[in-house]
Design a protein around this ligand. Sequence first.
Ligand code: CDP
Length: 217
Amino acid sequence: MKIAIDGPAGAGKSTVAKIIADRLDLTYIDTGAMYRAIAYGLIHYDISETDSNAIVDFVREAEISLRNNRVYLNDLDVTSQIREPEVSQMTSVVSVIKEVRNMMVDKQRQIAKGSSVVMDGRDIGSVVLPDADYKFYLDANLEERARRRENELEEKGISQTFESVKEDMVQRDFSDMNRQESPLVCTEDAIKICTDHLTIDEVVQKMIEAVGDGHDL
Ligand code: CDP
């Protein structure tokens, strides 16, 4: 079984994806973490965000792996570093580059091949897994999403003011929704869930019910 989850920043995709993966015994693939690992690598190895050729070369050589809920770039554990605000910003720079996206989509399809997965990101239902058995689009209003992100960052010991979390989110959402290459869209066949007034459990419940309609669990 393949489940695709898309939506803007802070909509709760990764939280619910992990729970659904556990409940349905699926492998969770966080594609945002893969783009973030690349963005971290560019900062770490001092590759300029304006040098597209160098970025593409870097992505071609980079080994990204997701193991036991940890993210590795060339065997370096970058799980916590990739959540830093400067990495988030760099991620929207790299994710607009066509060649980068093509290579990432290939890697993601490769990982998903032959496995039962739940994958979250921006282009999963539209590009990476267009034939997914279930597609979800999670959304929430900006204030709510920024509040959630501020809490998450605080839990990780990263301090950023609410206003600046919100501003970063607005910029990243704008870039993700308006870029030329596979922008964030809600596909016609996706089940859209507005999570504004729902708890995590309620969102998971709705998703499991939708999946249960078609499968014996
Ligand atoms: O956690 P959050 O929703 O803020 O973002 P993420 O899923 O970690 O993704 C970080 C960034 O990577 C997004 O803002 C996109 O620019 C990019 N991304 C993408 O372009 N395509 C994907 N499938 C996943 C992430």
